[in-house]
Design a protein around this ligand. Sequence first.
Ligand code: XUL
Ligand code: CO
Length: 444
Amino acid sequence: MSQDYFRGDREYFPGIGCIPFEGPESDNPLAFKFYQRERVIGDKTMQEHLRFAVCYWHTFCAKGSDPFGVDTQVFPWDEPADPMAAARARMDAAFEFFTKLGVPYYCFHDRDMAPEGADVAGSERNLAAMVALAAERQAETGVKLLWGTANLFGHPRYMNGAATNPDFAVLTHAAAQVKAALDATVELGGENYVFWGGREGYASLLNTDTRRETEHLARFLDKAREYARSIGFRGTFLVEPKPMEPSKHQYDFDAQTVIGFLRQYGLAGDFKVNVEANHATLAGHSFAHELQMCTDAGLLGSIDANRGDPQNGWDTDQFPTDLYDAVHAMLVVLAGGGLGSGGLNFDAKVRRESVDMEDIFIGHIGGMDTFARALETAHRLRANGALEQHRAARYASFDAGQGARFESGELGLAELRDLAAESGEPERVSGRQEWYENLINQYM
Ligand code: XUL
Ligand code: CO
C-alpha cells in the first residue's frame, strides 16, 4: 500500500498497483501491452495524442442493473449510509483508480459526483462540497477534468424533456442544474462542457410541438454559453449526438443534424460535437463516418470511446476493442489535426456479469491498448502516404483546367453541358475499394 495511490483513508483497489507497460509478450492482464504514455508518435507522446479520460458514471456509479435485473456488482465505496459520505468515498475510489490506471483526465455528471438535495439550493450545496474535494484531489494527483455535464435525464421531472420540456417550470430546473454544473466545471478547470440531450426529443409526434421544442433547446444553449463565458469559461461546449434511447427520437440525432442545428442558431464554433462510437452505430453510421462529418465541418470536439454489439440495436457501451474500427477513427482524427482540447473518454462499462473489481481495470486497459495500437498504425499509414495520395488522385480532374473552373464557380450548367457533348462518354475509373481495405490490413 502506498500513499501515492490513494488520498483518502482507505485503499479501494488493494492488490492492484499502478498499471505498468509490459509489452505485447506479457500475459499479465493488469499491464499495458501497447500503451506507453511517453512514447512519441510523430510530434507528440501517446498521452498527448490520446488524452484518455475515465467516466465517473459507468465506472463508479452503475452497478450492473438492467431493465430485467437488479445490481450485480458490489462496490465498497457505497458502504456509507449517508449519501454525502458515500459520495466522498466514491471520489476517493475514483481518484485512486485514475492514478493507478495512469489517465490524465476524467469526466462527470453533477449527480454522479454529488447526490440531489431536498431543493435547488440543497443540490447546489452538495455539489459545491464535492467540487471542493475534487479540486483537492486534482491538485494532489495531477488528474484533470476533460469535461463536466449535468444529468438532465435521470430525475422523474425530466420525463418529458429538460430544455425541451413543454412545462416551463421543468426548464427552469434544468437551467439551475446546468448553471451549477458550469460553476463546477469552471472551478475544476474543465476543458470542455457537454450537453447530451437524452430526453430532448419525443415519444410521440402527436403531442409534441417539435418546432417550439428545438427553438427552446437553441435558446437554452445560447443562455448557457452566455452564463459560462460570464464566469470565465474559456473551453469548448460539446453537443453529443444520439438518435434515440431513452427518447424514441432525439433532436441531436447524428453529427450532421447537430452541425446543421449549431449553424442555424449561431452556436457553431463555441459549440462542437462530442462523437460517441456506439451512438454512431445506433444512427446507422460508422464511428469513422461521424468523425469525418465533424472534421469536414471543423467541429470535431471530443470522443466518447466505446462500441456497440452488432447483434444488438441498443447502446451496450462496451469497451472499444475492435482494432479495425479504431484505426479508421484514428486516421480521421490524425488527418484532422488531432483532438485539440477534446479527448478519448471511455463512456463504457464492464458487462453485468463482470463482477470482480479488477474487471474495470482490465476493461480500460483493453480500450487504451486498442487506441494506442490504432494511433501507431494510423500514423504509419499516414507516413507511408499511399492512401492519401490515391484518394487525392481520384479528384485530379478538378485540380486544373475545366474541373478547377467548375470548383471556383466559373462554369454554368449550359457550359457544363457543352463540355459533356465535346468530351463524349467518360472512361470508367476504378474506385479500388479493395485496395484501400487491404492496405489497412497490411499495416495492422
Ligand atoms: C448516454 C451518454 C451520456 C453522455 C453524457 O448514452 O453517452 O453518458 O456521454 O451525458
Ligand atoms: Co456518451
